[in-house]
Design a protein around this ligand. Structure first.
Ligand SMILES: [Zn+2]
Length: 224
């Protein structure tokens, strides 16, 4: 994995909602102030779709510029370490992302695939794929961004076509990430524990504490 220097501007700050839910801030800002990506969906195409956070409320796009996409590809374990993104290919990537999200949502909602999105994903998958090589170090994959997009589209098709693949939307209200649930009995609730599960549990704990404190405050002794 390569880390490109953090000289770029961080994600726009207007991500903290008035609800006090600062999840997005936590998610997208790393220790160095740079954008931090989540690879929790179990599939590169779903992870790409997940680069727009809270799609229904206040969408936050963590791929704001071609350099963001270069870093996203570098950080994704299943893609080549290094690609260069020009503007047209970056826009193709965003188009693939939105089409993939739409098709994944169609799967989650058990409705027919959107034809325009199918065309985008299928056309992208028809492009040349990355080269893979085996060595003692393992698998090495190389290819330009077009090949990477083709690879992402292929992997998206594989999961969307699999009748046994259990696709779910994250259980945290406001998180619209769709993930592949491979857990035994498909009992997973969150896209990721760090991203959502722990936050929901912490919020529930705080709510219980608040409720208990209020109840005690109303008690006969009037203590808290
Ligand atoms: Zn989530």
């Amino acid at each position: 994995m390569s880390r490109i220097s953090a000289m770029r501007s961080p994600v726009r700050p207007a991500v903290t909602g008035s609800t006090g839910d600062d999840l997005a801030t936590l998610l997208v800002t790393g220790q160095d102030g740079d954008v931090e990506f989540a690879f929790v969906s179990g599939n590169p195409a779903l992870d790409l779709a997940g680069t727009v956070l809270s799609r229904r409320d206040e969408p936050i796009d963590v791929l704001a510029a071609p350099a963001d996409l270069e870093r996203w590809v570098a950080e994704c374990d299943e893609l080549p370490d290094r690609v260069t993104a020009d503007v047209p290919t970056f826009e193709s990537a965003l188009s693939l992302r939105e089409a993939t999200y739409r098709l994944a949502l169609d799967r989650v909602l058990d409705r027919p695939f959107d034809p325009a999105s199918l065309k985008i994903v299928n056309d992208t998958a028809a492009g040349p794929a990355p080269t893979i090589k085996l060595s003692d170090a393992g698998l090495h994959m190389s290819g330009d961004l077009r090949a990477v997009l083709s690879q992402i589209a292929r992997s998206g098709i594989a999961v969307l076509a699999d009748p046994h693949a259990c696709l779910k939307e994250c259980g945290r209200t406001g998180c619209t990430r769709i993930y592949l649930d491979r857990s035994r009995g498909a009992r997973r609730t969150w896209c990721g524990m760090d991203e959502c599960g722990n936050r929901v549990k912490a919020a529930a704990y705080r709510a219980r504490r608040r409720a208990a404190t209020t109840a005690e405050g109303r008690g006969p002794e009037g203590t808290i």
